[in-house]
Design a protein around this ligand. Structure first.
Ligand SMILES: [Zn+2]
Length: 96
């Protein structure tokens, strides 16, 4: 019997934004931890779309599960965890 290989496949360019997003979000303690690219300096989580385009993971989460982000609005965490992309923990805010 061979070893069971990791079943997580790499996202393909044909995946939808939702599929790519869910691939990188891991639920732990109520938060959805971002397992994709993280920018250390800005503490931003990046969702790469596979076609050279990238989105901020928090904005993608909000767009996918909650709705549009009005111009000039920012996304804030209510849980204080910068690497959390749980839409329930994200709120729109005026502040940067
Ligand atoms: Zn959270």
């Amino acid at each position: 019997m061979g070893k069971v290989k990791c079943k997580r496949r790499r996202p393909s360019p044909n995946d939808t934004v939702m599929e790519r997003f869910m691939h990188y979000a891991v639920v732990r303690n109520g938060c959805w931890w971002w397992k994709g690219t993280k920018e250390k300096k800005t503490r931003r989580c990046i969702l790469s779309l596979g076609n050279g385009n990238r989105l901020t993971a928090h904005k993608a989460a909000y767009n996918l599960f909650v709705g549009d982000i009005d111009r000039g609005k920012h996304i804030k965490h209510t849980c204080g965890n910068w690497f959390c992309v749980n839409p329930d923990h994200l709120v729109k805010t005026e502040e940067e």
